[in-house]
Design a protein around this ligand. Structure first.
Ligand code: TRP
Ligand code: ZN
Length: 901
């Protein structure tokens, strides 16, 4: 029996577990139609907790037997209700509890617990999937050593894997067609890190020797026939292992590191101890099937899961409120790995863009929460951009405040204190503070406060005294989170934040002024990190020889919304000369936003809102792209996304009109295409590929800029488009050998109402129908198309034989592509986009609540639209809310969406 009314859990109610589990021994036997799990738990009373019965979680389990110290347990001594098995007192201080359960992995469409995918069996236990395998106190502060014997048919499942090291293997005595392998993991871990796999796979093997000389066997397992797509992931793994030794002194600790790729997976990948399970999307790559972005995604996710071995596994979370302890920190680590192995500036730009597209709107919407929420109904709903990406920003701010060495000392102390423990975010901050001597008491508020702070700045230069005075003010308005806190009678957290503001002054000649704060004996450095710790603070800089242009928040030193009036000329100066590459890009984005907001105010029509100076600045970017870094130029030419512009409209107190935003943005692109055609053409020609494809920094940047130019050229008037651009798109589609260029051409063509479009899409499908990840791209480019009728087309694609509601990658490609990345059609005035989403969510929530709930988040900003759209959105939300037995994941998201406002 389970009740699906969301129950809210509170951080303040945390209590240590009454019982500890020292060791778990599992025997998992996989049969056709069911699996049998025998579990033996070594239980021990927790001396640090209050006496209470032993409560084990269990969901969708068929209990076959329970014994305590070898004796069958009398039915009066246990109760099995509401997803819990309770063993009642009196109980000895230590005992052995054995259970046998049956489960049905073939029917597990949630992809949580043990499930079937294609011909194999896989697990996903984070956050609370282990309870769908066997009865267990399924909470991360219960850490046990695991051993696991997996047993299955030998021919169909030659590979039987689990965590740790293989200890023994053999044939089943009573049935020689079956075999078993026993695995032992010496490191205590929470149940969410348990994994097993039974499948027929191909394996790529390699070796790694750690800094201290320990040999490690590396293995990547994939669907048979895909070995030629594993090389990049293996290289990424070895790079990540070396990087963590060099940057953080952290080495791998088992004899074996396994990665298994699976086509049905709710998220990106999972860091199970010694046995990572990955979405195929983050393993498989070949130049003809994967894009530059895919290659980079693989680098980052492989590194991320590997880094979790220390930040997540060796030191884990006390409870799920602390999720950002491991996720924010591990994202920060994978970001730094990306910056050290690719371009630091481009990496940072992409991260900040992702933050603005994904996290700022979350913080402004009905699901707003701090990186350490005080409450939740369904933990799966809190694997969010806030916990991950803002969490990484919070770690980055500590890195900025402590410096690289101070931060490293903090990490060292964190591991020295907490290796083998389940701890809190406060423990992490305490280690950082104690190791560095930097007071982080006020900084801690970042963990408790939701919302994007606004940083207001004003500056004045006094030529006579050669002083520059900067005044900074911070504001953080209450969010939907504070309302939810108040409703549940929780104290609302407020208080001023500690914001590190990296700052420089750019002189008229483009050079940075040496910085000397009033009271300092001499100037030192040209970038300072100012600590804003009060609501308003003033900083005075001495000996500034000429009126400077301020470069604030260099490298985006804090996740805030900057409010600072700078003239077009000042922004253009920064764009051209700022020594901080991030702020050169940022100045361009601010200028573009300003232009686009004027265009939006003008209804998106005409082009007299486009200043020539902006066109000229874009022209200079193109020139620089040829002479300097093409990757940075490509980023600069990428105008703010429609969703980011929508938030800018909201920030000005406006109502989002997605049609006008779209029209204005396209108008600006078309204007640039017309005015800068020769430059786009010149760059496109100059950057023609000269070497065989490689996903290296130089080539990636060249392709990015070249395809950006082609996409701009595709905004040209019909004649030029037909005569000069479409033929090039066709060549790029047919040339083959390089998916980056191929999909860029297809995505561009998918926006064009030309006969070539249908033919290209049909041809692409025929060529790639056996490569699932490429077909996902085929669905995506259609879901995100600008063309009229896209909603109808998406409905038609849902009936396509290749669409499968049970496969998360397909749903993300088509449905999230439409709802999340096609704002203008999702928010269509007739409500058809919302209706489509409501249909999908209602059907999907019964199969896969986690994925359905992610789609449901598309409604977050519904109240920022006009009354008619709101009425349509409300109808869709209410229709979902009324679904019988609605999964609690979706119920929490929809409930919050309907209640806020
Ligand atoms: N811990 C994983 C990561 O960030 C995330 C993850 C993978 C996950 N699968 C999941 C989270 C399923 C929730 C549910 O690397
Ligand atoms: Zn993670």
């Amino acid at each position: 029996m389970r009740t699906d009314t969301p129950v809210t859990l509170f951080l303040k109610d945390y209590a240590p577990p009454a019982w500890l589990i020292d060791a778990v021994d599992l025997h998992v036997a996989i049969f056709d139609g069911h699996a049998e799990i025998k579990s033996r738990l070594a239980c021990r009373r927790n001396p640090a907790a209050q006496a209470s019965p032993l409560v084990l979680n269990g969901e969708a389990l068929e209990l076959m037997s329970v014994t305590l110290d070898g004796a069958a347990l009398d039915p009066t001594r246990y109760a099995c209700v509401d997803d819990r098995l309770t063993i009642v007192a009196p109980l000895p201080d230590t005992f052995r509890l054995e259970t046998t359960v049956h489960i049905h992995p073939d029917r597990n469409t949630q992809l949580s617990g043990l499930y079937k995918s294609k011909d194999g069996y896989f697990t996903q236990c984070e956050a609370e999937g282990f309870r769908r395998i066997t009865f267990f106190p399924d909470r991360p502060d219960v850490m046990a050593t695991f051993s696991c014997t997996v047993e299955a048919d030998r021919a169909r499942f030659p590979h039987l894997l689990s965590n740790g090291n293989p200890a023994k293997a053999g044939a089943c005595e009573d049935d020689a067609t079956r075999h078993w392998v026993r695995w032992e993991d010496p490191f205590p871990k929470p149940a969410y890190l348990f994994a097993l796999v039974a499948a027929k796979l191909d394996v790529l093997e390699d070796r790694y020797t750690t800094a201290s000389g320990r040999p490690v066997k590396l293995e990547i397992y994939v669907e048979p026939g895909k070995l030629d797509q594993c090389g990049h992931a293996m290289a990424a793994l070895k790079k990540a292992m070396r990087w963590d030794e060099q940057r953080f002194g952290l080495e791998y600790d088992l004899d074996r590191y396994m990665i298994v790729a699976v086509g049905d997976f709710n998220m990106g990948a999972m860091e199970n101890k010694g046995l990572n399970i990955f979405n195929t999307k983050y393993v498989l790559a070949r130049p003809d099937t994967a894009t530059d972005a895919d290659y980079q995604g693989i680098d980052r996710v492989v590194a991320h899961e590997y880094f979790h071995n220390w930040t997540g596994n060796r030191v884990t979370c006390r409870d799920w409120f602390q999720l950002s302890l491991k996720e924010g920190l591990t994202v920060f680590r994978d970001q730094e790995f990306g910056a050290d192995t690719h371009s630091r500036a481009v990496t940072r730009i992409q991260e900040v863009r992702a933050l603005r597209v994904g996290q700022f709107p979350e913080d402004a919407g009905p699901m707003a929460h701090p990186i350490r929420p005080a409450s939740y109904a369904e933990i799966n709903n809190f694997y969010t951009a806030t916990v991950y990406n803002k969490g990484a920003e919070v770690i980055r701010m500590m890195h900025t405040l402590l410096g690289r060495d101070g931060f490293r000392r903090g990490m060292d102390l964190y591991f020295e204190r907490h290796d083998g423990q389940a701890v809190t975010c406060d423990d992490f901050v305490a280690a950082m503070q104690d190791a560095s001597g930097v007071d982080l008491a006020q900084f801690r508020r970042w963990y408790a406060r939701a919302g994007t702070p606004r940083l207001h700045a004003t500056g004045a230069y006094d030529a006579e005294t050669q002083r520059y005075t900067l005044a900074l003010t911070q504001h953080l308005a209450p969010t939907a989170y504070e309302k939810r806190l108040a409703e549940s009678g929780q104290p609302v957290i407020d208080g001023v934040l500690h914001i590190p503001v990296a700052f420089g002054l750019v002189l008229p000649d483009g050079r940075d002024a040496p910085l000397q704060l009033a009271g300092e004996p001499a100037a030192s450095g040209t970038t300072r990190v100012l600590s804003l710790t009060a609501p308003t603070q003033t900083f005075v800089f001495e000996a500034i020889p000429a009126a400077p242009v301020v470069s604030l928040l260099r490298d985006f030193s804090a996740p805030v919304q900057l409010e600072f009036e700078q003239t077009d000329a000042e922004l253009a100066h920064l764009m051209a000369t700022d020594s901080d590459a991030f702020n050169r890009w940022e100045a361009g984005q601010r200028l573009a936003t300003r232009v686009l907001l004027a265009g939006i105010a003008a209804g998106g029509v005409g082009c007299d809102w486009i200043p020539d100076a902006f066109v000229a600045a874009c022209g200079r970017v193109l020139d620089d792209g040829l002479r300097g870094d093409p990757a940075l130029a490509a980023e600069a030419l990428n105008l703010p996304a429609e969703t980011v512009l929508a938030e800018a409209v909201v920030a000005q107190g406006g109502i989002i009109d997605p049609d006008v935003i779209h029209t204005a943005r396209v108008a600006l692109r078309r204007h640039l295409a017309a005015r800068l055609r020769d430059s786009f053409e010149a760059v496109w020609t100059a950057l023609a590929p000269a070497a065989a494809y490689a996903p290296d920094g130089a080539q990636v940047g060249q392709r990015a800029l070249r395809n950006a130019c082609l996409a701009y050229l595709a905004e040209s008037d019909t004649d030029y488009l037909k005569s000069s651009v479409v033929p090039r798109l066709a060549v790029q589609l047919k040339a083959g050998g390089n998916m980056t260029d191929e999909i860029a051409a297809l995505a561009t063509l998918a926006n064009l109402d030309l006969p070539e479009r249908e033919a290209a899409l049909a041809d692409f499908y025929t060529r790639w129908q056996t490569e699932a990840l490429v077909i996902d791209k085929w669905f995506s480019v259609q879901a995100t198309s600008r063309l009229h009728g896209t909603v109808t087309h998406v409905r038609a694609l849902m009936q396509h034989p290749a669409f499968d509601l049970k496969n998360p990658n397909r749903v993300y490609a088509l449905i999230r592509g439409f709802c999340g990345a096609n704002p203008r059609h999702f928010h269509a005035a007739d409500g058809n986009g919302y209706a489509l989403a409501a249909d999908v969510i209602s059907e999907l929530q019964a199969m896969n609540p986690q994925v359905a709930s992610r789609i449901a988040r598309s409604f977050d900003r519904w109240r920022q639209f006009d009354a008619d759209r709101q009425a349509h959105a409300r109808a869709a939300l209410e229709r979902i809310a009324a679904v019988e037995g609605l999964a609690k994941d979706v119920a929490e998201v929809i409930g919050n969406a309907l209640k806020a406002g």
